[in-house]
Write a protein that binds this ligand. Structure first.
Ligand code: GLC
Ligand code: CA
Length: 531
């Protein structure tokens, strides 16, 4: 690509959780035709990239993250023709399509694993990670699944264990086997030839494991009552995560995708900033990496500053900035819920849209949705139940509310895979009809950001003054007031989250984009300057 800037430099992404976005055929499950019918919403909102979560054939043990065929569409979601129609319409609208790639593990129903499991002598056996039991007959090492319990399941027929860092239905592929690498090269090309503009790489930090599969050092004792997160955190993931050889794989993929000017965005789920920066690699590896510490931070200025200070991606790689996804409680809920939680979510989005890199919204974030209500008997996520009824990922996955009426316009049936968990007032249609709604405020925010050309090259200076956080890029400041009291502000207001706010003050839970001139000094709070 030479010195030319890549197309995603100024882009804003939007995550579509396909199962919950829009249902075109009344079976209560979102699908590609449903997305096709609603793509105009993304264009109207003003985002550039549409990332679609997995729609491949799958037994849906982890709702699509257990892939049984990497080069087709699950009939529940439609057909390859439907996918082509989505790509064609998206491109007409000026949107780019990013698909999910799930290389760490397949479904246990994938023909590869069925073959591998059929016999220790099968040529596909080594495509997965098999080991003999430990001397006591238990699992070969102490690795745990992200979803709780051992990362090993016994295959009775052969007497060997196979490794799965997620569900037993998601066996881990052996990325040291060159045939696995070749197979994925072909999968990348399959989708690139269908016109996709990029890939979101699921659990990009996990593919390679230490060749000897040694036990991880135990950091803290755990017993059987520990939650899946406590189990995970009790180990130093030195041997099952972030192995240096991942970089070989990223470079190999980048050689393929860059020939199509397509991008690679890693689900780089590591919280240590140095490790994260290293994972992104110098150049021609992952173009973007998601930085997820933001999904775990409370409404607290110190915590937000720490999150902002983490990513310093090397070379031309960039951070993907998120406040929400299909895996975590929605920000309006995390930041206290109600009107104040929703205002806080928009306020932090304003800051996030000012960061160097590519911000992503998750469907419904533009409506400032809280988590949907999912009664215990309707829960579907395989993760989290046993620990705690409010855990699990169903609340952020309830159907997208489009318009007042049956299932808020998501489907023609109320009998949806997860219950429609929002109100008529939450819907896109209701909010579009109200100029002061969150939807209009998010749209205006995106429009203002789009107008700030040239910011992509500007360094960022982070300043904290008590509860006020400022991100400064050139002469533009993104300021959020996380404290209880209003603070004075100076400069020309380009955007504010409270359209009716009083001049010259940033209210509690409010954010602004301000163009500064030198005579104004710092944009908020005390008038000293830093950086
Ligand atoms: C990623 C996905 C999550 C899935 C997991 C296993 O974290 O975002 O939804 O359960 O990978 O594939
Ligand atoms: Ca459907």
């Amino acid at each position: 690509m030479g010195d030319e800037q890549p197309w995603w430099r100024d882009a804003v992404g939007y995550e579509v959780y396909i199962r919950s976005f829009a249902d075109s055929n009344g079976d209560g499950i979102g699908d590609l035709r449903g997305l096709l019918n609603r793509l105009d919403h993304l264009a109207w909102l003003g985002v550039d990239i549409c990332w679609i979560t997995p729609f491949y054939p799958s037994p849906q043990a982890d709702f699509g993250y257990d892939v049984a065929d990497y080069c087709d569409v699950d009939p529940v979601y439609g057909t390859l023709d439907d996918f082509d129609a989505v790509v064609a319409r998206a491109h007409e609208l000026g949107l780019r399509i990013v698909v999910d790639q799930v290389p760490n593990h397949s479904s246990d129903q994938h023909p590869w694993f069925r073959q591998a499991r059929s016999s220790p002598d099968d040529p596909r056996r080594d495509w997965y990670l098999w080991r003999d039991p430990a001397p006591d007959g238990g699992p070969p090492n102490n690795w745990v699944s992200h979803f709780g319990g051992p990362a090993w399941s016994l295959d009775e027929a052969s007497g060997q264990y196979y490794c799965h860092l997620f569900l037993p239905e998601q066996p881990d592929l052996n990325w040291r086997n060159p045939e696995v690498r070749d197979a994925f090269d072909d999968i990348f090309r399959f989708w690139l030839d269908r016109g996709v503009d990029g890939f979101r790489i699921d659990t990009a930090h996990l593919m390679m494991k230490h060749p000897d599969l040694p036990s991880n050092p135990q950091l803290a004792p755990v017993d059987a009552s520990a939650s899946h997160i406590e189990q995970w955190l009790s180990l130093d993931h030195r041997f099952d995560s972030v192995q240096p050889e991942n970089h070989e794989i990223y470079r190999r993929w980048n050689a393929i995708t860059s020939a199509y000017e397509s991008m690679l965005i890693g689900e780089t789920y590591v919280f240590d900033a140095d490790q994260w920066n290293d994972l992104l690699g110098p150049e021609h590896e992952l173009d973007l990496g998601f930085w997820f510490l933001s999904m775990w931070m409370p409404w607290d200025a110190d915590a937000v500053r720490r999150v902002l200070e983490g990513p310093r991606p090397p070379g031309r790689s960039r951070a993907g900035w998120v406040l929400s996804s299909h895996d975590q409680h929605r920000p309006a809920t995390r930041f206290g819920g109600g009107e104040s939680g929703r205002r806080r979510a928009l306020a932090l989005s304003t800051l996030w849209l000012g960061l160097p890199g590519v911000p992503f919204l998750y469907q419904g974030e533009e409506l400032a949705l809280e988590d949907g209500i999912v009664p215990t008997e309707a829960k579907a996520d395989p993760v989290g139940f046993a620990d705690d009824p409010t855990s699990g990922r169903d609340g952020c996955r309830t159907p997208m509310p489009w318009e007042p009426g049956v299932a808020q316009g998501f489907s023609t049936t109320v009998d949806c895979w997860l219950p429609p968990g929002h109100t008529d007032a939450d819907t896109v249609a209701a909010q579009r009809a109200d100029e002061g709604s969150f939807l209009h405020r998010y749209r205006q925010l995106l429009a203002v950001r789009r107008g700030l050309t040239g910011l992509a090259e500007a360094d960022m200076v982070i300043d904290q003054d008590g509860s006020v956080i400022t991100v400064q890029r050139d002469d533009v400041a993104f300021v959020v007031n996380m404290g209880p009291d209003p603070v004075p502000c100076r400069g020309a207001i380009l955007y504010r989250t409270d359209p009716d706010g009083s001049a010259d003050v940033i209210a509690a839970d409010e954010a602004m984009i301000i163009r500064m001139s030198s005579r104004f000094g710092s944009p908020a709070g005390r008038s000293s300057r830093r950086g």
